[in-house]
Each structure stands twice: as structure tokens, then as C-alpha cells.
Design a protein around this ligand. Structure first.
Ligand code: VGL
Ligand code: ZN
Length: 205
């Protein structure tokens, strides 16, 4: 049983958004085209309180792009983004949403960030996505979305860790590349962990 996981296809991650991923909009038509071919489609949604600890605005002496230590976990600081109930946090308006069976929100605890759609960055709290997929007899997850080097990477690695055969739909992802090469490194790391790379055309063929 295959499931498609749409990672963080939200207004704030599109060009012009608070944390716009370059060319992030280009994945939306692919997400729409692929959905009808999956018996189960789920989405993740970054969903932060306004005072989230990943926001640079919370620190007088730090700025966007700095990495700080929060309770022993390295945390990159971001612009305020995906604040709960804001327009920026909504799923992208061009995304077809009628086939999405369930949306899993993450990053809701102000003290902890959560790149993965499965667990927070400390690996402590589950979002319920893993149990949901297992209850639905999912064996294979197909992952696309934003951003390759953060939430897509973390979601794919956790999917592997939970034992799902895991596929990265590579042309349907875009990344931040805070440092040039971050996306390439993330893809290599996913591949090393057993994530299989596929393009939307290969899959649709
Ligand atoms: C993401 C940075 C901060 C992502 C979420 O969706 O990849 N990146 N929050
Ligand atoms: Zn976030």
C-alpha cells in the first residue's frame, strides 16, 4: 500500500512567503498531478505558536540563519513563519486538497522544533503520522515538498527508520540551501539511509 506525503506545502514556504523556498511553487503542479495515483494522501503542516523558539525574533542577540543550542539540540533560527491560524500557515492555495485524508501539524510546542512529519527534533513526541500510516497498512511512502534540506530530509529519514520503504520524488522537492550544497548533501544522506530516488515522470510512466 502506497502513501503520498506532501511536506509543508504552505504559503510561507512559497516565493514571497515569510520563509520562501526558491522555486518552491514549482512543486505544486506535480503534487496535484501525482495525488490521484495514490490510494492514501496525507500532508504535514508547520504550525508554530507566535513565540516559537525557532524564530530569530525571539532573541535580542541573534539573527536569521544563526545556529544556537536549545537544550542540547542545534537549532537554526528562522524568520517568523507558519504561525498558527495565519494565512502563511495555510496550505498553498494552488494545492488540490480534496484528496488529503489527514493533515499532521508539527512544531506546535514553542520549545521544540519539528522538521520531520513524524517526530519533533528531539525524537520524543510523535505527531501520529507513523501510527496512522501503519493502521492504514502502508508499506511504501512517497515524499515530496519543501524544504529538501530540512523537513523533507527529516521526514524521509524518519520514514526509513520506522521501516517504510521510502521514495523521494526528487523533482517535486525544492530546498533552502542556506549553505550551497546543503540540498545535495541531504539527498546523499537520504540515499545512504536507504531512501530511493524517483522522478515524477518515472513514477507516472
Ligand atoms: C521548514 C525550516 C523551518 C521546512 C520548516 O518545512 O523545511 N524549514 N521550518
Ligand atoms: Zn518551521
Amino acid at each position: 500500500m502506497n502513501a503520498l506525503i506532501l511536506v509543508d506545502l504552505q504559503n510561507d514556504f512559497l516565493p514571497g512567503g515569510a520563509l520562501g523556498v526558491p522555486r518552491g511553487n514549482e512543486v505544486l503542479p506535480l503534487a496535484n498531478r501525482l495525488q490521484p495515483f495514490f490510494p492514501l494522501v496525507v500532508a504535514t503542516q508547520d504550525w508554530h505558536p507566535a513565540d516559537h523558539s525557532s524564530f530569530a525574533s525571539q532573541y535580542a542577540n541573534h539573527r536569521v540563519g544563526d545556529t544556537i543550542d536549545i537544550d542540547g539540540i542545534a537549532q537554526v533560527l528562522w524568520p517568523d513563519h507558519c504561525v498558527q491560524n495565519s494565512e502563511g500557515a495555510e496550505l498553498a492555495s494552488l494545492l488540490k486538497t480534496h484528496s488529503i485524508a489527514k493533515v499532521f501539524s508539527k512544531g506546535t510546542d514553542r520549545r521544540l522544533d519539528s522538521y520531520s512529519g513524524f517526530f519533533d527534533n528531539g525524537g520524543v513526541h510523535a505527531t501520529g503520522l507513523g501510527d496512522y500510516l501503519k493502521q492504514n497498512k502502508v508499506t511504501d511512502t512517497y515524499i515530496l515538498g519543501l524544504a529538501t534540506d530540512y523537513c523533507v530530509r527529516a521526514t524521509a529519514l524518519d520514514s526509513r527508520r520506522l521501516g517504510f520503504r521510502t521514495w523521494l520524488i526528487e523533482d517535486a522537492c525544492r530546498g533552502v540551501d542556506l549553505q550551497p550544497g546543503d540540498c545535495a548533501a541531504a539527498i546523499a544522506e537520504m540515499e545512504h539511509a536507504g531512501v530511493q530516488r524517483v522522478t515524477s515522470d518515472q513514477w507516472l510512466a
